[in-house]
Design a protein around this ligand. Structure first.
Ligand code: ATP
Length: 265
């Protein structure tokens, strides 16, 4: 009987990658995130949607402690990655961000070669024992980011010389090169044209076979296309969270209904 209970609990734990409880974020006196609780599942894409200023990016940044880099930001509550408190003083934020990678709205390659952009993380985290292993990580990351064919003959040229869509795929390659368990994406397609957007969306769908992806998007069509779970934020509150199809076709909260039907936002 006891053994059965342990087994059940393990199955449940395996499914939940990040668990947040009672999360508050303040910028000085501004209370930007209010009492948010959410369980983010492994190997799924979770979309954060909601009107501008509702706190989507702020909450996303709590998941790998990027708010630590903002002086006036203060985070309270508990966020666990695989059951471990990521705000525990013993946790090194740099190591955490290798496990929970991030891609930003505006492509931000380092002023380095394409190769060095991707090799940067594996080098600082000691993921390759020699040049051949590093080459292999660079190639496989660029392949997974659907950039290899366009980049393979110019690996030593600057990453900043790529087109906007290619730069964003380079940033995705850089983020996945450290073999993260979770990838956070803050409006990753907002600077991209429709073709590059479609490529990145296809990539997101492919990445979830290996890890969890959490994406902030202004586009409800994008949330519907790429995610399995959707969280709707409004004025710093997590109003509704559920299966993406249910959120878009049968929202339970009138605020979600108003947003998806275009009445607020
Ligand atoms: N660095 C900061 N300093 C002070 N206030 C901030 C900072 N970043 C965000 N805020 C405030 O926190 C609230 C939530 O902002 P946030 O950027 O998280 O919302 P969002 O839903 O991602 O918005 P958008 O969709 O426009 O990007 C807003 O009131 C915003 O003004």
């Amino acid at each position: 009987m006891n053994d059965m209970r342990i087994l059940e609990r393990q199955v449940e734990n395996n499914e939940i990658k990040i668990s947040a409880r009672d999360v508050q974020v303040y910028y000085g006196a501004t209370h930007a995130i209010k009492d948010v609780a959410i369980d983010i599942r492994d190997k799924m894409v979770t979309a954060f949607i909601g009107p501008s200023g509702c706190g989507k990016s702020t909450f996303l940044r709590t998941l790998n402690r990027m708010n630590d880099t903002i002086d006036i930001a203060r985070v309270e509550g508990r966020i666990e990655l695989d059951g471990q408190d990521i705000y525990d003083p013993k946790v090194d934020p740099v190591q955490l961000r290798a496990r929970v990678g991030m891609v930003f709205q505006k492509p931000n390659p380092f002023p380095k070669s394409i190769y060095d952009n991707v090799a940067y993380g594996p080098r600082i985290h000691g993921l390759a024992r020699n040049k051949a292993e590093l080459d292999e990580i660079v190639e496989s990351s660029l392949r997974r980011a659907a950039l290899w064919n366009e980049a393979k003959d110019r690996l030593l040229q600057p990453g900043t010389g790529l087109s906007g869509g290619q730069q964003q795929r380079l940033c995705i390659a850089r983020a996945i090169a450290t073999r993260p368990e979770v990838l956070l994406m803050d409006e990753p397609c907002s600077a991209l044209d429709p073709i590059a957007t479609a490529q990145v969306e296809e990539l997101i769908d492919d990445l979830r076979s290996q890890f969890s992806v959490v994406i902030v998007t202004h586009s409800m069509q994008q949330a519907a296309r790429v995610s399995q779970r959707t969280a709707f934020f409004h004025l710093g509150n997590l109003v509704e969270y559920g299966e993406t199809g249910q959120i878009f076709t049968n929202p339970r909260d009138p605020r979600t209904e108003s947003y998806i039907s275009g009445r607020i936002g």
